[in-house]
Design a protein around this ligand. Structure first.
Ligand SMILES: [Zn+2]
Ligand SMILES: [Zn+2]
Length: 179
């Protein structure tokens, strides 16, 4: 088994949202892409993504990754990129929504005895919002921000899964909250 690469992956424009991810050097950018999508609740089956040695959209992109057919970046191995501890990469999910992430290679280390890679080993402490409808004494974590209601009321309207699906909000434009 080869070495393991430990990255801290954070949203570029919301740095308090981060995941620490371990991946083997012999694994590919496709494997890395998949666990980032899972960890940040991006769609696993839609939208292109790409890793960059520099800033997103600058020269030096490592090739598109497509959930449909792989794409030119998919087969590249981590340990063939010439990375050293402290190096930064960037990653963009969805070329339309342009959700950018900064990846810091914290460590290159020996693998644990038993481990399935890639895996998330740590994440930010979540700052939960609670559903304002269910919030009668019991705290239900909100997983949705109703954009339609928030704009109409001039404040953030946070809701749980059941409430966003309820009659009042079912046809409202809403955004999933990632913690
Ligand atoms: Zn609720
Ligand atoms: Zn609503």
């Amino acid at each position: 088994m080869g070495q393991v690469y430990q990255f801290k992956v954070a949203l570029k424009h919301r740095k308090t949202l981060w995941r620490r991810i371990e991946i083997e050097g012999s694994q590919t950018l496709k494997d890395f892409d998949r666990i980032i999508r899972q960890a940040f609740q991006h769609d696993l089956h839609d939208h292109l993504s790409e890793f960059y040695r520099r800033r997103v959209w600058e020269a030096g992109g490592l090739g598109e990754i497509s959930p449909y057919d792989g794409g030119p970046g998919a087969k590249k191995r981590l340990d063939r990129l010439g990375l050293a501890e402290g190096d930064k990469l960037e990653y963009v999910y969805d070329f339309g929504d342009d959700i950018q992430h900064v990846l810091t290679l914290e460590k290159i280390k020996e693998p644990a005895e038993a481990g399935a890679y890639p895996r998330v080993i740590a994440q930010n402490k979540p700052q939960y919002h609670y559903c304002e409808v269910c919030d009668q004494g019991k705290k239900t974590i909100a997983t949705w921000l109703c954009i339609a209601c928030s704009e109409e009321e001039g404040r953030s309207v946070y809701l749980c899964e059941d409430c966003i699906m309820g009659k009042e909000h079912a046809d409202h434009f809403a955004e999933k909250i990632v913690y």
